[in-house]
Design a binder for this molecule. Structure first.
Ligand code: FAD
Ligand code: SF4
Length: 499
């Protein structure tokens, strides 16, 4: 839905107004462009090799001095191409120039105008294929401004200093009730936006903690849970009610909630249904879906077993099948659970890997072994029914397929075997069918995703909106949040018109 070459008219006029502010003109004049281009990029400080023994965060964040220096690299372009590369149109030069000016709290507030979870996005957004890919500094020097690192800096500092002790309501209470189903980034965004507009919001979440994939999927070493807890605390203080362990479609249906007085609904239930390859031996003990493996470790704290109740197999030789962020998070988790050999099996080459470049680099530093152009064709069990080996086949790249990437083609006679004691399958996820199955009249697409109007996120049912992975399939945090913002605006209009 985002077009990297285009800004919406609203974004364009918002940026124009902020670009012409006197203080920004002054700041631009202080350092000539040539000097700005000579400043080298401040790299994100990261923990050393000892990090593979724990789950603490790897990236350490920029210091104040480094952040201000990095901010000086930004040219505050009249036509900031970075903004058109951002799916939610953040005023990127605006927040960066506030860092350069030392106005850190104002910088974080600027981020919040368009991004409800900047501390999350600063950590997990694929900036290298979005805003940073089209940054004008990269066109001249080859090295973009570190937009993501600066976003994280401003958001973290605001959180640490308590500048965001509250989110503010912008409207009086309306007396209207809205239900948000799913507490992932899409649902949390909708909840915050609607509560600010004075509506009474309840979030219904199937799990015992809010955050969705950000808590049960992405490990602590990339995204500490405390960030989500702080964000949810802000929402609670704004009056949002969280009802946990509540499965919509089982505990109550959308129609039951309507009968309880809810007038507008947002479905943000994600894509949590794991895909499998359906190859022989896939049911052997020791073979997990990435979803189960990561949920056991991140949400149920299997890494602390037996202190925590839930165990997980701690393999010495763990193979993870897939090449996306989910696969990389799984293999790095396996390393931290004690795998001496932690391997990625991926059917294409490194170039086609969809995982973030930083994740791949960190995995390499942590000793992960990559088997590119390789696909599992069967699992072999031991006498106890546990996985002991995986038979693989080599691939070569053929013609581009529908995704535009070159299609992997099996190389005859290239089969070989890898010894393993744990396997994690991370080859994609599908939307959970529960809500479509229990909500009559809700239109779904071929792959089970809910169909919406892309402008308003309205579904085929009156008052029911949807967004995030349940609509897009497995996508990204920022796209889920962008959907949430559009849906919240449309839900507000819907609720107000019903008065
Ligand atoms: P989710 O985050 O999936 O949240 C959905 C919520 O709905 C869940 O809490 C679920 O329990 C709840 N729910 C489901 N069914 C029901 C029901 N019937 N009733 C009540 N509640 C229900 N994206 C990035 O941008 N960068 C990354 O680095 C990145 N890494 C990732 C790593 C992993 C391991 C995974 C799995 C995904 C990653 N993603 C990443 C993708 C990103 O996390 C998702 O696109 C995003 O979380 C989708 O948000 P969402 O709100 O639509 O759904
Ligand atoms: Fe700054 Fe790069 Fe955006 Fe220009 S394109 S405003 S240099 S971040």
């Amino acid at each position: 839905m985002s077009d990297k070459s285009k800004l919406s008219p609203e974004t364009e006029s918002r940026l124009k107004a902020s670009f012409n502010l006197e203080w920004r003109k002054e700041l631009r004049a202080r350092i000539p462009v040539k000097e700005r281009l000579e400043i080298g990029r401040r790299e994100m400080p990261a923990r050393g090799h000892e990090r593979v023994r724990d789950f603490l965060e790897v990236n350490q964040g920029l210091s104040v001095e480094e952040a201000v220096l990095e901010a000086k690299r930004c040219l505050d372009c009249g036509r900031p191409s970075c903004v058109s590369g951002c799916p939610v149109g953040i005023d990127i030069p605006g927040f960066i120039k506030l860092i350069e000016a030392g106005e850190f709290a104002a910088s974080a507030r600027k981020l919040r105008e368009t991004n409800s979870l900047p501390a999350v996005c600063g950590r997990v957004c694929p900036q290298e294929t979005q805003c940073e890919q089209v940054c004008n500094v990269a066109k001249t020097t080859g090295v973009p401004v570190a937009i993501g690192n600066l976003e994280r800096f401003a958001a973290d500092l605001a959180m640490r200093s308590g500048t965001f002790a509250s989110l503010e309501r912008t409207a009086a209470p309306t007396g209207k009730k809205a239900a948000v189903v799913g507490a992932g980034p899409a649902g949390l965004t909708v909840a915050g936006e609607l509560a600010k507009l004075g509506h009474s919001v309840t979030v219904f979440e199937a799990l015992h903690q809010p955050g969705g994939v950000l808590v049960y999927g992405i490990p602590e070493f990339r995204l500490p849970n405390r960030i989500l807890w702080a964000e949810c605390g802000l929402l609670e203080r704004l009056g949002v009610e969280f009802r946990m362990n509540f499965i919509v479609g089982k505990t109550a249906t959308i129609e039951d909630l309507r009968a309880d007085g809810y007038e507008a609904f947002f479905i943000g239930t994600g894509a949590g249904l794991p895909n499998f390859m359906n190859i022989p031996g896939e049911n052997l003990a020791g073979i997990y879906s990435a979803n189960e493996y990561l949920t056991r470790v991140n949400l149920l704290r299997a890494c602390e077993f037996p202190v925590a109740d839930t165990p997980v197999f701690r393999g010495k030789r763990t193979a993870v099948v897939g090449g996306g962020n989910v696969a990389l998070d799984s293999v790095r988790t396996a390393r931290r659970l004690g795998a001496e050999k932690a391997m990625i099996i991926y059917r294409r080459s490194r170039v086609e890997m969809p995982a973030r470049a930083e994740e791949v680099r960190h995995a390499e530093e942590e000793g992960v072994e990559f088997h590119f152009l390789t696909v599992p064709i069967r699992y072999i069990g031991d006498s106890r029914g546990r996985v002991a080996a995986v038979e693989c086949q080599r691939m070569e790249l053929g013609e581009p397929d529908a995704s535009g990437r070159r299609k992997p083609v099996p190389v005859p006679g290239s089969e070989f075997t890898l010894e393993v004691d744990v396997v994690v399958v991370a080859i994609g996820q599908s939307p959970n069918p529960l809500i479509p199955q229990t909500t009559s009249g809700l239109k779904v697409g071929r792959w089970g995703n809910i169909e919406v109007d892309p402008e308003t996120m309205a579904t085929s049912l009156p008052g029911v909106f949807a967004g995030g992975d349940i609509v897009r399939g497995g996508a990204t945090v920022i796209l889920a949040m962008g959907d949430g913002r559009r849906a919240a605006a449309a839900m507000d209009r819907y609720l107000c018109e019903k008065r």
